[in-house]
Design a protein around this ligand. Structure first.
Ligand code: AMP
Length: 269
């Protein structure tokens, strides 16, 4: 595995026009990331992983500071997977100007996480835009766990770059809790609470699928979840094609964001 600490060095050394798959991450790698990497290895001749905890997507500086970082373990995982290239750039390497750190989004897209984490997706779009401008990979692999992220990247950056997005399914523990780097911050008790919550929503999803009139139970479900966690930020059912509220049996998706103590988790079913 060749490790690059600068995007320019990577551009010099690697023929990124070739069939390269790009997997952007913030590190603290888990089975979700591993599945994206395996997808890339299957589809592409070379795989490039980036690890960059992007400051511009954190709306709270304390959250940025406490975000789990685990580089030694990440290196072990990536070497074992025989990843070809790893990019670990510094903040100054990624951003030459402050303007690059954020891309504006329309008010009508300020729903779900975009409503509750102001500036978050603006920062995500900023960093992905810098990466795609420089790293002309053929494919970029993203996880469905961050459903709204994929929606906004496609909407705002899809026409600007040739890189095609490959959406990969959410990887979960057998007990249905989704893998997340933030799980590292949870106490044992809160891991159990996270498992309970994901099972409640999974069950709710199946009930709606069988009998669409069950959507009216959403208030009760929210109440139930609230009694398990510190706070439910949102629990909403939306159309998975356009994130609007015109839902039916075939297009609905349940979105949730909640806090276990001060750790914020998101998921969708
Ligand atoms: P992150 O390191 O959290 O920024 O995530 C990097 C990429 O991994 C994003 O495309 C995420 O959607 C994806 N990802 C995170 N968790 C999972 C998961 N449990 N299953 C599949 N993909 C995931």
């Amino acid at each position: 595995m060749i490790i690059f600490k600068s995007i320019n060095k990577l551009k010099e050394k690697v023929n990124i026009m070739a069939n390269v798959g790009f997997v952007p991450t913030m590190g603290s790698l888990h089975k979700g990331h591993i599945s994206l990497i395996k997808n890339s290895k299957q589809k592409c001749t070379k795989t490039l992983v980036s690890i960059f905890v992007n400051p511009s997507q954190f709306n709270k500086s304390a959250d940025y500071r406490k975000y789990p970082r685990n580089l030694n373990n990440d290196l072990k995982i990536l070497k074992k997977l025989k990843v070809d290239y790893l990019l670990i750039p510094s903040i100054n390497d990624v951003y030459q100007t402050k303007k690059q750190m954020k891309i504006k989004i329309n008010n009508k897209d300020k729903i779900l996480c975009s409503k509750y984490r102001p500036g978050h997706f603006e920062g995500v779009l900023g960093v992905i835009s810098v990466f795609l401008k420089n790293i002309k990979a053929k494919y970029m692999f993203l996880g469905n766990k961050d459903f709204q992220q994929i929606y906004l990247i496609k909407k705002y950056l899809g026409n600007k770059f040739k890189t095609k997005i490959v959406v990969c399914k959410t990887i979960r523990f057998k007990n249905s809790l989704a893998y997340s780097s933030r799980n590292n911050l949870l106490s044992r008790k809160n891991i159990k609470n996270g498992i309970l919550i994901s099972n409640i929503i999974k069950k709710f999803h199946n009930q709606i699928f069988k009998d669409f009139s069950k959507i009216k139970e959403i208030k009760n479900i929210k109440h139930k979840i609230s009694s398990i966690c510190s706070r439910v930020e949102y629990l909403e059912i939306r159309n998975k094609k356009n994130l609007k509220s015109n839902i039916n049996k075939n297009n609905f998706k349940i979105f949730v964001a909640y806090y276990l103590d001060n750790v914020r988790l998101i998921d969708n079913f």
